[in-house]
Design a protein around this ligand. Structure first.
Ligand code: PLP
Length: 456
């Protein structure tokens, strides 16, 4: 083993490793290759959703079944899943209580566009779990964010939206911006976007309170929408007191604070805001709240509910532009209820947090032992490996820490040995079914991978 004095050498090794691992992947997955060819006859790129093709494998991996933190592919290989559907399966694949209620509800109807008798219990469970009194449901977190933006604009009668550079809140058009030469522009990868998003959206650097206050002071902003930590451009944690200060400046300038906790629900039971005693004007959750069934929700206070009703009641009758047919269906209500009351419990979180801590320690020790200038950032059950010596403070630093070649090589090396990480960055999530043995397996394969990357 040699100690690389520059990361270019590691990148060079990663390039070589990636070629070998692509070959190995193709040899291991004849059935996935066959399924991919078949699916290409009727699915764009041979996948149900085009970006399923953007994972780093040479051919998509076709899955037979997933349980707990494991799944099996079409070629009969078992994988330990640290991606967990990018948080959708954060409480494990098919947890028993959810499986049970879905099976029971299956013979009693899926959707009627009316509230089921379980509705009051679900409202109560959401209020207990997240600490906000009032709720509305949506089908995806993207939709929940979109609906909250509409409410925020209706309630404040202001048009502008403030977000952070590097944000991702689903495919909400208003948030799909980048900052180029200090100008807010449409993300250049967007397809079919005909509106200039920079007209109503402003993006500023995360952890920069002065930049936020400078914008909000104009009095033009309906809301500030953010995750408590940026989790989609690597992981950028808030500096101490940053989110609390956002709360204060939003109140000062009459803008609403919207916290998107779709990913930061990993923090602890109740999410980041409840754990840290910050009360947003709106809270958005999605992905795992129905165990991975399509469901999302947004919460708000009694005072906000009054303002929302006033906006709705004073509008002409007709489409509000908020809502979708299948949201709040009978099937999703049973799944949300079982998730919040039986699956995402104090005990479950305790297990997830303890194992995530163990994994963070072992990954950090491994990186140190290999003398690599990398770091592990953790938010509860969620961890991120980043190729910088210190955790990034904003999206610019997070982007600087990216190394696509090393990232791709690590992902494919691990996958070829039965360990799945989250694509597009290096996120690892620990679920209630994850065991010490699963951590041991990840660490063994990760250490072997680092040896390969450092080899002379
Ligand atoms: C923070 C955040 N909010 C919202 C979403 C959108 O979730 P969905 O794709 O389920 O609509 C995502 C998706 O990754 C996300 O990371």
């Amino acid at each position: 083993m040699f100690i690389p004095n520059n990361i270019q050498q590691v990148t060079h090794n990663a390039e070589r490793l990636l070629i070998a691992e692509r070959e190995r992947y193709l040899q291991l997955h004849p059935s996935s290759i066959k399924l991919s060819k078949q699916a290409q006859q009727h699915f764009l790129y041979g996948v149900p959703m085009h970006w399923m093709n953007d994972w780093g494998m040479p051919v998509p991996l076709f899955v037979v079944q997933a349980n707990g933190c494991h799944f099996t592919c079409a070629d009969g290989i078992d994988y330990t899943d640290f991606c967990l559907g990018d948080t959708g399966a954060m409480f494990g694949h098919s947890p028993a209580p959810i499986e049970k209620v879905i099976a029971e509800q299956a013979s009693k109807g899926f959707t009627v566009m009316l509230p089921s008798t379980l509705a009051p219990n679900v409202g109560e469970a959401l209020a207990e779990f997240f600490g906000l009194d009032y709720w509305q449901l949506a089908t995806t977190a993207t939709d929940a964010n979109r609906f909250v933006l509409r409410w925020a604009r209706a309630v404040t009668e202001r048009k502008k939206l403030l977000v952070f550079d590097g944000c991702y809140h689903g495919t909400v058009d208003d948030t799909m911006v980048d900052v180029e030469n200090e100008k807010v522009v449409n993300r250049n990868s967007l397809l079919g976007q005909v509106y200039d998003l920079g007209v109503h959206t402003v993006a500023v650097p995360f952890n920069n309170l002065a930049a936020v206050e400078h914008e909000l002071a104009t009095g033009e902003f309906a809301c500030l929408l953010t995750e408590p930590a940026l989790t989609n451009c690597g992981m950028v944690l808030p500096e101490a007191g940053f989110i609390e200060s956002l709360r204060a400046v939003c109140t000062k300038y009459g803008s609403l604070l919207v916290l998107d906790e779709t990913h930061t629900i990993s923090t602890d039971r109740g999410g980041w805001a409840k754990t840290n005693n910050v009360v947003p004007d709106f809270l958005v959750v999605g992905k795992p709240i129905a165990g991975g069934l399509p469901a999302a929700a947004y919460g708000f206070s009694a005072a906000m509910a009054t303002r929302m009703k006033a906006a709705k009641d004073s509008a002409p009758a007709g489409h509000s532009g908020i809502g979708t047919t299948l949201s709040g269906s009978m099937m999703t209500l049973v799944a949300i209820y079982a998730t919040l009351t039986e699956v995402a419990t104090e005990v479950t979180y305790k297990h997830m947090l303890a194992l995530a801590d163990l994994l963070a320690q072992q990954l950090t020790a491994s990186i140190k032992a290999h003398n690599l200038p990398w770091n592990i950032t953790r938010l509860g059950a969620r961890l991120e490996l980043q190729f910088s010596s210190k955790p990034p403070k904003n999206a610019v630093e997070a982007r600087d820490a990216k190394n696509d070649m090393i990232e791709s090589a690590i992902h494919l090396y691990l996958l070829n040995r039965g360990v799945l990480l989250t694509p597009f960055h290096n996120m690892m999530l620990v679920c209630p079914a994850t065991s010490e043995n699963d951590i041991k397996k990840l660490m063994q394969v990760f250490n072997d991978c680092l040896k390969e990357l450092m080899h002379d």
